[in-house]
Design a protein around this ligand. Structure first.
Ligand SMILES: [Zn+2]
Ligand SMILES: [Zn+2]
Length: 645
């Protein structure tokens, strides 16, 4: 009998009869592995456990511990969804059904929209099919037969896919019971293991993502190998819903988007405006302290400027159309960089003037399709905390380090303690795709890299991810429920200084081109506010809370004392509100809690006599009676701590 040699991941070799399957090898290794196995990897490729091995190969049996195997599991769940939908609605047309981060989707064409009740029915049907433990079997059909199969069942999108994608004469299919799908696989052996899933929502998507194509309905589902993982994921979704900044923004009266004014444009209400002022004040103070200069640039500028910068070329799709004024065309600014460049260029700079650091809370306008707009997070008008640094080559390490230090100060101040850092480098094999000389790239990347290493900041380096004009580092914050948010970017630019002929007179008396760094810490004030609302679930720390203290008199008899307490707190610089409505204390406390006001001070006859206040914290509850001055001292200390409290 023919034998073949199998090399396992630990290096062990095994002789097995030719035609042995990976599933059989798993059984030989251990019954437990055989039970947990989802898929195999032979010579680097994922493959079905049931496929016979016919030549010497490396072989890994993959379980739920392997992320690739989990994606195969989710893909099998997508097939299960399509099988269930076809059993219930035999006339739907199938699109594609890939795995995604947390589960899967499958897309369908159907005249009627899928309702939440439909999703329940489909989910129940999926469980029913899963319980039949049907094998996922691979099958090959000659291309003409494959096309006929789909033509006969009127699956036009699948016909299109077979026409485009099937390169070999034999076309690969997978069957799950009666369900058959054009698919390269691999899949897990059978449906029985797919139990931890939940259908979440339906979203419209054009076939192949092209506007004008038929509008498919994508059914999205969460799917994990273990039930506990699904539960944790669903809990996180619930938590995200509870923290949704759009809902909290309305409940706390922070901001709105007005239909009459247009989508993606933010109205900051008094309380939101106050938080914004506090964020901006902190930022401006830090900018000045850290050696930046504050500048202001116009909101519209000649289109010529944007031709020079190149934005009308590579950035056109994100810009609003030009505005004609006295036969000249003007452009609403999508970026602040060219404005800062003009300030730099307004006079001849010497190496002694460098670095120049221009910072602006610059409002920009960018065109985003209305379908992608999302509360404060994706908008059409926003204010960047933008800065541009112009420096000499030997200044870049110090400048990069200062940017990174500033980014970490932002994080600490606003209460984030977890982060991820990415360094995006060019694809050194294709220098022709990039602006700038190789030595510029090396120097800049080296500066980014050594700075992160020196500061002991772990980072992921991604080759080929850089923009064409320079390498960058991105800092993503991890919020209270573990979601990453892209915030800070420190981005080199070898393109704009050349396009604008920027120069400085060097120590040697001749002209040189300065290096330019774009740097935003919060990204945009709007988006940052949205992230803060979700991070704190609307319960801002005392230093940021629009109202810090609510004074609650027990009855009208205490009005004078309550007024006196309020005045004293206001005089001490706190944001305080007196609730003198003729309501029961419980109702007043409930309302203050709903407004997420950090402190409630209850005052009655006893307090008035003793000159005290009964302190109640929105999270810690009743903290007892204390002299007012005492309370003022502790609150001052808490505010000084900022996000760290
Ligand atoms: Zn498939
Ligand atoms: Zn810029």
């Amino acid at each position: 009998m023919d034998t073949i040699q199998i090399t396992l991941p630990d290096g062990a070799k095994r002789e097995v009869p030719k035609g042995t399957t990976a599933a059989e090898v798993a059984k030989q290794i251990s019954p437990r592995l055989a039970k947990e196995a989802l898929v195999a990897r032979t010579n680097g490729d994922l493959t079905d456990l049931s496929r016979p091995l016919d030549q010497d190969t490396s072989l890994a049996i993959l379980t739920a511990k392997d992320p690739d195997a989990v994606q195969v599991f989710r893909h099998s769940a997508a097939h299960l969804l399509a099988a269930a939908v076809l059993e219930l609605y035999p006339n739907v047309k199938l699109g594609i059904g890939p795995p995604i981060d947390y589960g899967f989707f499958y897309e369908f064409l159907r005249p009627e929209p899928f309702t939440p009740e439909d999703l329940e029915k489909i989910e129940a049907k999926m469980h029913e099919i899963a319980a039949r433990d049907l094998p996922n079997e691979r099958k090959f059909l000659p291309k003409p037969e494959a096309l006929k199969l789909y033509k006969d069942s009127d699956q036009t999108f699948k016909c299109e896919l077979v026409e485009e994608k099937a390169i070999e004469p034999l076309v690969s299919f997978y069957t799950t019971g009666k369900f058959i799908d054009f698919c390269r696989g691999p899949h897990i052996p059978s449906t029985g293991r797919i139990q931890a899933f939940k259908l979440l929502n339906v979203a419209g998507a054009y076939w192949k993502g092209h506007e004008g194509n038929p509008q498919m309905q994508r059914i999205y589902g969460a799917c994990f190998v273990e039930k506990s993982q699904l539960d944790a994921y669903l809990h996180k979704l619930e938590e995200a819903k509870r923290r949704d900044h759009r809902r909290i923004g309305t409940e706390l009266d922070l901001f709105s988007i007005e239909e009459l004014a247009g989508p993606g444009l933010i109205f900051w209400h008094p309380k939101g405006g106050l938080v914004r002022k506090l964020i901006e004040d902190w930022l401006r103070d830090e900018l000045l302290r850290r050696g930046y200069d504050l500048v202001f640039t116009p909101h519209i500028m000649r289109l010529d400027l944007w031709n020079t910068s190149g934005h009308t070329n590579f950035y056109r799709a994100s810009m609003f159309g030009p505005i004609e004024v006295e036969k000249a065309e003007y452009q609403l600014k999508p970026m602040n960089c060219p404005g800062h460049i003009l300030i730099y260029k307004s006079r001849l700079r010497s190496y002694r003037d460098l670095p120049q650091r221009y910072a602006e809370l610059g409002t920009v306008y960018r065109y985003e399709r209305s379908g992608v707009l999302h509360g404060l997070l994706r908008v059409r008008g926003f204010t960047q905390d933008d800065a541009h640094i112009f420096c000499t080559p030997d200044q870049i390490e110090k400048e990069v380090e200062a940017c990174v230090d500033f980014a970490f100060a932002v994080m600490k101040t606003f209460g984030f303690d977890r982060y991820e850092v990415e360094l995006s480098d060019w694809d050194a094999g294709h220098p022709e795709n990039y602006a700038g000389k190789p030595e510029d790239w090396q120097r800049a990347t080296h500066a980014l890299e050594t700075t992160l290493e020196r500061l002991n900041i772990p980072f992921k380096r991604i080759e080929g991810e850089a923009a064409f004009y320079g390498p960058k580092i991105d800092v993503k914050l991890i919020d209270a429920i573990g979601r990453p948010w892209q915030l800070t970017t420190v981005q080199f630019d070898f393109n704009l200084p050349a396009r604008f002929d920027l120069e400085y007179v060097g120590e040697d008396g001749s002209r040189h081109q300065p290096l330019m760094v774009h740097r935003a810490l919060l990204g945009s004030v709007e988006r940052f506010f949205g992230i803060l609302i979700e991070h704190y679930a609307g319960a801002f720390p005392a230093w940021l809370a629009p109202v810090q203290v609510e004074v609650l008199p027990l009855s009208e008899k205490i009005a004078a004392y309550a007024q006196q307490v309020t005045e004293k707190l206001r005089g001490a610089g706190f944001r305080v509100h007196l609730d003198d409505r003729n309501e029961k204390l419980q109702a007043k406390i409930r309302d203050a809690q709903l407004q997420k006001i950090p402190y409630m001070l209850v005052v009655g006859g006893k307090e008035a006599e003793a000159g005290t206040v009964s302190v109640r914290h929105r999270a810690k509850g009743d903290l007892g009676a204390r002299p007012l001055d005492d309370f003022i001292g502790t609150l001052n200390a808490e505010i000084a701590q900022k996000g760290a409290s």
